[in-house]
Design a protein around this ligand. Structure first.
Ligand code: ADE
Length: 340
């Protein structure tokens, strides 16, 4: 898939630096996900009082909602280090062995995309999570021996966009399991204002609200749009971001009033033109658009489903009535009747 400003996944190194500069360090600075932050505030205090590492945490939900940020905050609040790894990079038990044996007491290990761990690595991690030891096999064939290696007590934070792909034995080993949902626009507007403050750029209240409305419920997208708008306002010689700067800058980016971009519009238009609004399977959609179905499922669909622009049925995806209204499309065949 080409680079999309509204795609929350896939972060370049350069963007990672930008994100890190805006990332809250403390739970008290974190905006939104109140239920989770209140739970974490209690569990962190309790662990600190007992002088123990925090229990393992599994966070799931669409990309860009703060899973990595929360792992950073957890380590910071516990006064320990964060070590970051990811499922696809841990393909052999030896890869994980090196990381686990280097952890200090209380360190937080974040495994992003934990649903993509190789099966052997996943089994290797069970005794590490439960008993803080690993059984490592050295040598092969007749010389194979199992060495039992004790580990320091650490905290695993598993992050995944696909909770359904986590096996039950792995899920059961997490003490806290939490789903991160899309952020309401008011919270995103607060995040935009906070970020603008850190970037030392002024922003009008309604400009922050407009960026928030176009950010697909996702802080990472909000901060990305803010960056584009800030550049635009600066080049136009404005010392404060106003609503016109947001509208003009985001029109240039092809991001419309509800945060759809060219790919979203192409997807919906294709479903209307070729499939009379569906139902159509995700594989057919992906093939027609020449995109990966996984990418569509993880990066494009979740927000469209959330706002009712798409519906998921057992027969496939359907275009929702709000999408037809927003884009001014009409269905040719019988389904249009459903919307009248
Ligand atoms: N930056 C990105 N996400 C944030 C959040 N939830 N709170 C504050 N700042 C953020």
């Amino acid at each position: 898939m080409r680079e999309r400003i509204v795609t929350p996944g896939k972060v370049s190194e350069e963007e990672e630096i930008y994100i890190a500069s805006l990332r809250p360090q403390r739970l008290a600075e974190y905006i939104g996900q109140r239920n989770l932050t209140e739970k974490l505030s209690v569990s962190i205090k309790a662990a600190l009082q007992r002088g123990e590492p925090h229990e393992h945490v599994l966070l799931y939900g669409p990309p860009g909602l703060g899973k990595t940020t929360l792992a950073h905050i957890l380590a910071h609040e516990m006064g320990t280090r964060l070590v970051v790894s990811s499922g696809p990079t841990l393909q052999r038990t030896g890869d994980l062995m090196g990381i686990l044996t280097n952890l200090e007491q209380g360190d937080v290990l974040l495994i992003d995309e934990i649903h993509r761990l190789a099966a052997a690595v996943e089994e290797f991690i069970y005794p590490a999570m439960e008993d803080f030891k690993v059984d490592f096999v050295v040598d092969k064939g007749a010389f194979a021996r199992v060495i039992n290696v004790p580990l320091k007590k650490f905290t695993l934070v598993g992050a995944t966009t696909r909770a359904g792909l986590i096996s039950a034995p792995l899920r059961d080993r997490f003490g806290i399991i939490h789903h991160l949902d899309f952020y309401p626009a008011e919270e995103l507007a607060r995040i935009v204002k906070r970020s603008a403050g850190i970037l030392e750029v002024g922003i009008a209240e309604e400009a922050a609200a407009e960026i928030a409305r176009r950010s697909r419920g996702t802080p990472r997208v909000a901060n990305r749009l803010l960056r584009r708008v800030r550049d635009y306002a600066q080049v136009k010689g404005q010392d404060q971001i106003d609503i016109a700067a947001v509208q003009d800058a985001l029109e240039l980016e092809g991001v419309d009033s509800v945060g759809l971009d060219a790919l979203d519009r192409r997807l919906i238009k294709m479903m209307v033109d070729f499939y009379d609004g569906g139902p159509v399977g995700i594989e057919s959609i992906a093939a027609t658009l020449n995109e990966e179905s996984d990418t569509l499922e993880e990066m494009v669909e979740p927000y469209l489903l959330k706002i009712g622009f798409l519906k998921r049925t057992s027969k496939g995806r359907l275009v929702g009535e709000p999408a037809l209204r927003h884009l001014g499309f009409k269905l040719k065949g019988g389904r249009q009747q459903e919307f009248l």
